[in-house]
Write a protein that binds this ligand. Sequence first.
Ligand SMILES: C[S@@+](CC[C@H](N)C(=O)[O-])C[C@H]1O[C@@H](n2cnc3c(N)ncnc32)[C@H](O)[C@@H]1O
Length: 304
Amino acid sequence: MRTGSSSRTDGGPPDYQSIVRRIGSGVGHVGSEYALQDGDFRHIVKLVMDTAGIVLSEKTRAFIHGRLGRRLRILGLSDFAQYCRLLEGPEGEAERHNLINAITTNHTNFFREPHHFDYLSKTILPVLAEASSNGRRRLRIWSAGCSTGEEPYTIAMTLRDHRPSLTGWDVKILATDLDTNVVAHAAEGLYDADRIESIPPAHRKRFMNGRPDEPASMNEELRSLIMFAPLNLLESWPMRGPFDVIFCRNVVIYFDKPTQRRLFDRYADMLKPDGWLFVGHSESLLNVTDRFDLVGRTIYRRAR
Ligand SMILES: C[S@@+](CC[C@H](N)C(=O)[O-])C[C@H]1O[C@@H](n2cnc3c(N)ncnc32)[C@H](O)[C@@H]1O
């Protein structure tokens, strides 16, 4: 067995603070490989399922091995058994957090699945404008599983584009994700040139700051509409709602059906009557819940 560089040599969970201190000093098994035994893999699979609802199949084993091998190296641990003990130990909570951050799939893009933003501007905004023509129009949108922020910023650009001044509108977009690293990135709102290619040039000019050779940042016109926060969808939700629209796209694809059903039922309770739910291109509510009616391509409306 490889000798770990943890402060303990008795096989018990290493002290988390000492590990974190060593990260700073760069000590670790750089370039080394760790065997992932069946029992340790099953342990990690269960922990991820219980914590985040994410189902890790046998097919993901190599991916998990690679992603968590990096964690072992950073922490200076000798094997996955030691890592599992750390996760279960008294100081395991912080590492469970890092584990989830390491295994989440955060792929996203600006204007991903553009028909959703067309539907928002051409169908939803006119319906809401009509519904509250006498008073201030209240609009609440939730981007649940927002990753690095491309989705909520695209929603904000769509709103600003179609109701430029938003005069008479009270708009708030809540953007949440379980992965604290991506939420921090989203809140910072800085994107490299290759990340913003799918934003139309006119929008880039209007909504983004920065010189062409620098990372571009979202301007205040967009930021002022969005509130970012970390949130695990499986846990209790601090907000009361109700929302007019929920975007939960390419998130539940990793959940099993019972977890999906519970989540969609909670979304139905969180939406206004007739509120809309957008899901990802490979996701469907068919045979999952009857609380929604399909009204467009991967677009649902809360059933009455
Ligand atoms: C593939 S990204 C999708 C991003 C964006 N919605 C889109 O469609 O482009 C999936 C996101 O869901 C988040 N996620 C996974 N499980 C979650 C959970 N239990 N609670 C909150 N967010 C979760 C991941 O961290 C990840 O950022």
